[in-house]
Every structure is written in C-alpha cells, then in structure tokens.
Design a protein around this ligand. Structure first.
Ligand SMILES: *[C@@H]1O[C@H](CO)[C@@H](O)[C@H](O)[C@H]1NC(C)=O
Length: 207
C-alpha cells in the first residue's frame, strides 16, 4: 500500500513538474520565486508521528537560479532572455520596484549575476550554505553555475566566497498599485454589477 502510494505520488509530481514548466514557458506563469525557509532534521522530526507538526518550509534561495537555468534554459524550454524575465524583471514589476530592480539601466541598482552555463553543479546538505543538515534537492545535478553576484555595485559572491558585509543591505519599499492592479476597478465594477443581477430561479430549476 505504502509503496503504491509512493509511486503514485512521484508520478503526480512529475506530471505537475511538466505542467508547471509548460506554464512557465508559455507565460501563463510569470516568474519563479522561493519561499525559502529551512528546518533541520531535528526540527522536521517534530512531525514524525503527526504531520500537522512538521515545520513548513524547504531551502530554495540558493538553488533557485541554478534549478531554473538547468531545467528551463539548458533544456531549451525558455531562452536566456526569458530567464532574466522569470527570475528578475517580472518580479521587480510585480513588486512595483522596476526599473530600480530587474533591469540593467543607468540609475538602476547594479544587481547583476554572471552565470557560467558550462559549469556543473551538484546540490546537497554537505555543500549548501543553509544552516541545515537536509536539502530537498539532495543529489540534484545539473548545468549552470552563478560565479559572480554583484549587489548594488559591490561584488558579494565570487569564486565560492561570500563577501557580504553585515548591515550593507537596504530596505526596499514596495509602493502599492503595481501593474497587476491596472483595470481592476473596471473588472470589479462588472463583478459588482453581476451581484445585483436578479437570480432567475425558474430557469435554474428547469435546467
Ligand atoms: C537543529 O537546530 C536546532 C536549533 O538550532 C538544534 O538544537 C539542533 O541540534 C539542530 N539539529 C541538527 C541535526 O543539526
């Protein structure tokens, strides 16, 4: 029974993977983020006999750029330009901080990565930088490695070394009413009008 359930789940996950990747390459899904929140094996074990007590979250902030490059660009599902869009530009637009973020332009923050498409990666708890002895990507291999990360013009990651300075981070305000809200007042009005429409009980009953 348990084995059967396991196989079914894996098939379902693979199907979900395919559908999500198709949605990302067609633009139905606009971007990929993470809900990075790691817990180690001791913390996860709180839910060993009651799944409701499992602390919710996995690693992802360090893996995101590599996973997307390997599964989407390396396989030809999206272009390099799409990669920039789904990892950065669209995110900045939705948070309403474009073009300060999400673009390489005069006046924008110089947040830039240099990714080597020829270099391979192997993910796991022994090599990742999260303070956790587990990784949801344990054993995941692929191509595409970020070699340099520049944050607001400062090199903060190079040759496997983190050069971040505590306190150098800056809070970025996200103004309200990003483009996702464009036209919302109109569609709201249509929706509200639909609520006032009389319910035709006779028709519904006859149907
Ligand atoms: C997990 O983290 C908790 C809290 O910091 C710590 O007490 C525990 O020893 C850790 N477990 C492992 C396996 O690292």
């Amino acid at each position: 029974m348990i084995l059967g359930f396991g196989i079914l789940t894996l098939q379902l996950l693979q199907r979900h993977n395919k559908l999500l990747q198709a949605a990302l390459s067609s633009g139905i899904l606009q971007l990929v983020g993470t809900d990075h929140c790691t817990f180690n094996s001791t913390q996860k074990a709180f839910g060993a006999y009651d799944f409701r007590k499992i602390p919710n979250g996995v690693n992802g902030i360090e893996e995101r750029m590599h996973i997307i490059w390997d599964s989407m660009v390396e396989t030809g599902k999206i272009t390099v330009t799409d990669y920039v869009r789904v990892t950065s530009t669209e995110c900045a637009k939705i948070f309403n901080i474009y073009p300060r973020k999400g673009a390489i332009l005069e006046g924008s923050d110089a947040d830039i990565i240099i990714l080597n498409p020829k270099r391979s990666f192997a993910m796991g708890a022994r090599t990742h930088h999260s303070r956790s002895d587990t990784s949801v990507y344990e054993g995941r291999k692929g191509k595409g490695m970020v070699e340099v990360t520049i944050s607001r013009g400062r090199v903060v990651w190079e040759d496997g070394n983190l050069n971040a300075v505590p306190g150098a981070g800056r809070y970025v305000r996200t103004p309200p009413f990003g483009y996702l809200f464009d036209g919302l007042d109109k569609s709201d009005a249509v929706y509200r009008a639909s609520l006032r429409a009389p319910v035709r009980r006779g028709e519904a009953a006859a149907a």
